[in-house]
Each structure stands twice: as structure tokens, then as C-alpha cells.
Write a protein that binds this ligand. Structure first.
Ligand code: DAH
Length: 428
């Protein structure tokens, strides 16, 4: 099955930046039900998503809804994102994401007994400093924009990658660690992108006694160990696959690489990694050391390993999905239950200067939640007066049941109304 080839690849590589500039990025997401839009249809629809409870507890910390969602121009987090924050899919041992996390733990535990400290309940609300500055993301980098990241206020974000925890853990004295968690990104909508997904970060620090005897310089020593460890991890997960290393760019590592494997007749990116920038080690009390780091997207790998065709399935409570997975059963193939028919609706409008596809997708998910499968630009032209028109095709499809014409028309009517109101565009 040709799935997940693009699910949440890394955002900080140069190619990602290029994609962002073109407005056709393929990495992150948008969100489900925004408060006001959902309210107008929720009363009569029993299929709407559960309303978020007003408080949740994460890693022993209580988070109230207004710690995350605020009616303030520096806040762009909708209710529906808050409702996902307590889900903790990666901590469920019989969920594909939990099974994969445990499978990776197993690799590190058996190859490096008692070496790696594991964290999977660090709070996803982090400072701009943790998420960006501490890992050397440049000041003007596109990932810092309100269009790409969920801001709680001007100094606080929902982490957009687990790298946000590197610095604090180094400072706390950890030298070998794995951090798994939910990460949040505003993005377009398709079968491999969702506004919340999961990553695992790995870091290993070396001291001079490690590399001195090797005859290698510290950076080469770390790079060699990194490649050996991650090739072992890829074999543990995928079996005897062909692999290749691609030179990459990340602000936090130098040199940087991506590991690709040849799987189902295609090269697939598995993770991003590299030798940690010396400045990060120096700022966090480790100037005498070198380190490697990697980051991988759990959904991306789980979709391939378990044959899961749509990223929305990870979030479903439908027993026809959940009952197919159990603890320790790595790579059991998902048997799709019947596929319900999609319904396509097109809408055209004149855009303005501030229009972005992420904002459009945010509005659509705010109304249709997980009933929207894909939003794609199918036509784009500029007229003689310089006005630009976009036509988007919205695919509605439930994974759980058939949708009625009436409810799709209802959704589309709401989408048109809200797109016009919230995005200030002129419908055609
Ligand atoms: N944080 C990167 C992303 O989300 C992934 C990553 C790449 C993490 C390289 C790392 C690394 O630790 O060394 O796009």
C-alpha cells in the first residue's frame, strides 16, 4: 500500500523550508472543531467529537483549558487541539503508537542495557526559547510563524518537535535519553497529516574517554556511532532492508543526515539526525562532550509498519480499529473495514494577501473535524486586475460510517460561511 511516504517528515531541513515558502508544504496540520463553528451544528449531530473536559493532567501537571486556549490575538490554539492534549496515544500499550514506542525502547534496552533514560510525559506546553532558541532555530525561520506553530501566547507554544526538550534534559544531567511525546503543527489536510502527531527524540552524549582510544576525532566518532545505532534500529523495526544516508540540514546538528530505507519498492525517510551542535552542549554544561541526536515521527513509521492507510485512524475509538492491536504485537497488519464513499465539494474564492492554506484548513477542520479527509488546491489563477482566485476541493469521508447528503451539505454550507467570515476572502 502506498501510504505515509510523506507523513510528517522533518520540518527543519532546507527542503522543508523550500516547501513552506511555496505554500505547498507537506509536513504538519490543522485542527478539528473550533468552538464557534462547531456550536452551530453540534446540537443536532450526535457524531460530533467529544467536548474537551475543562482540565487534564499530564505528567503530574494540571492543565486547564484556559492555560492553552485564550481569546487573545497572541493565541491561535482552538478548543479541539486542547481536547487532543489529554489523549496520550503514545502511552497506550495496545495502540499502534504505544506498540511502536515500546518496540523502539526494546531495541535500545537490549543493545544498551540500562543506559537510556526514557521520558514520555513531558508537558507539551513549552517556551519559545525551549522550542526554538535552545536548539538554534534562526530568528526568522518559517517554523516560528503563527501560520505554522500553535502559540499559547507570544512566549509560549505547543511544542512542534520533541527536540524542544534536548537542552533542559542535558542541563538536568541526562546523557542518554529518549523523549516521546505529542507534537503540534498547523498544516494542510490529507491522509498523512494531522495537527497533532507524535515524535521520539534520542540523544547520546560522549566524553573524551569514549573517543580518545578510537583514533577518530570526536565528531567522526559520534557520527559513526550514530549511524551504527540507527541502522540497528531500522533493522529491528523493518527487518533486513536496504538503507542509505542522505546529507541533510538541521539547525541543531552538524553534520546532519536523514536515514532512508528501501521499503515496498520505494525509498522512505525514516528519521532525521546528526551530531549535536557544539553550542547546545556548551550552553547546557557539557562543553567537554560531543553528542548525537535523532528525531523520528511515530505515525509515519506506524502507518507503514501496521499498514494504516489514514492518519485519522490513530484517533478513532472505533473498535474495528482498536481491537486489531495488542501489546507487543509489532507490525500486525491492519485489516481495513469497509471504506465509505467520499464526497467532494469544491469552493472558489478570491484570496487576499494574508490568505494561507493552513488557515483555510484550520477553519475546515474546525467545522468538519475528522470527517474531512483532504483539502486540495485544484485551480489557481490571477486575472488581469491582479486578483488571484483559488479553487479548493474538499473530500469528506468518515472512516466509521456513510455520511448523508444532508450533513455534508450542512458542513459545506458552514465551511463557506466561516471561510468567508474568518479569512476575509470573497467567494465566487
Ligand atoms: N526536530 C526535527 C523535526 O521535527 C527532527 C530531528 C532532526 C531531530 C534531527 C533531531 C535531529 O534530534 O538531530 O523536524
Amino acid at each position: 500500500m502506498a501510504v505515509a511516504s510523506s507523513a510528517h517528515s522533518t520540518i527543519f531541513s532546507k527542503t522543508s523550508l523550500f516547501h513552506h515558502i511555496n505554500g505547498f508544504k507537506r509536513f504538519s496540520f490543522c485542527l478539528p472543531f473550533s468552538s464557534s463553528a462547531a456550536a452551530s451544528i453540534s446540537s443536532k449531530k450526535k457524531w460530533r467529537q467529544p467536548v474537551a473536559s475543562s482540565e487534564l493532567e499530564l505528567g503530574g501537571i494540571k492543565i486547564a483549558k484556559d492555560d492553552v486556549v485564550r481569546d487573545d490575538p497572541t493565541n491561535n490554539v482552538p478548543d479541539t487541539i486542547f481536547s487532543k492534549m489529554g489523549m496520550q496515544l503514545h502511552r497506550r500499550n495496545n495502540h499502534p503508537l504505544g506498540i511502536l514506542k515500546n518496540g523502539i525502547y526494546e531495541y535500545f534496552d537490549s543493545n544498551y542495557p540500562n543506559l537510556f533514560d526514557k521520558f514520555d510525559d513531558l508537558c507539551p506546553i513549552v517556551s519559545v526559547k525551549q522550542n526554538f532558541d535552545d536548539v538554534l532555530v534562526p530568528a526568522g525561520h518559517v517554523s516560528r510563524s503563527y501560520n505554522d506553530t500553535y502559540y499559547v501566547d507570544s512566549k509560549t507554544v505547543l511544542r512542534c518537535h520533541t527536540s524542544a526538550h534536548q537542552a533542559e534534559l542535558l542541563r538536568r544531567g541526562h546523557t542518554h535519553f529518549l523523549v516521546t511525546g505529542d507534537v503540534y503543527r498547523r498544516d494542510s489536510i490529507d491522509s498523512t497529516h494531522y495537527p497533532v502527531f507524535h515524535q521520539m527524540e534520542g540523544v547520546r552524549v560522549f566524553t573524551p574517554d569514549n573517543w580518545e582510544a578510537s583514533g577518530l576525532d570526536p565528531t567522526s566518532y559520534a557520527a559513526e556511532d550514530l549511524k551504527k545505532s540507527l541502522e540497528g534500529l531500522a533493522r529491528h523495526l523493518f527487518g533486513a532492508v536496504e538503507m542509505r544516508w542522505i546529507d541533510a540540514y538541521f539547525p541543531f546538528t552538524n553534520p546532519s543526515y536523514e536515514l532512508e530505507i528501501y521499503f515496498k519498492e520505494k525509498w522512505m525517510e525514516v528519521l532525521g539526525c546528526g551530531v549535536m551542535e557544539q553550542e547546545i552542549l556548551k550552553s547546557n554544561g557539557r562543553s567537554d562532550s560531543v553528542a548525537w541526536a535523532f528525531g523520528l515521527g511515530l505515525e509515519r513509521l506506524a502507518m507503514v509498519l501496521f499498514d494504516i492507510p489514514d492518519i485519522r485512524l490513530f484517533w478513532t475509538n472505533d473498535e474495528r480499529f482498536t481491537s486489531q492491536f495488542s501489546e507487543g504485537q509489532m507490525g500486525v497488519k491492519f485489516k481495513p473495514f469497509s471504506k465509505y464513499p467520499p464526497c467532494y465539494k469544491d469552493m472558489s474564492f478570491w484570496i487576499n494577501e494574508s490568505f494561507t492554506e493552513n488557515n483555510l484548513c484550520e477553519v475546515v477542520r474546525g467545522i468538519a473535524g475528522d470527517l474531512v479527509e483532504e483539502v486540495s488546491l485544484i485551480d489557481n489563477f490571477t486575472n488581469k486586475k491582479g486578483l488571484t482566485s483559488h479553487c479548493y476541493r474538499i473530500a469528506y469521508r468518515s472512516m466509521e460510517r456513510s455520511l448523508t447528503d444532508e450533513e455534508i451539505n450542512d458542513l459545506q454550507w458552514n465551511v463557506r460561511e466561516q471561510v468567508q467570515k474568518k479569512l476575509n476572502v470573497v467567494l465566487r
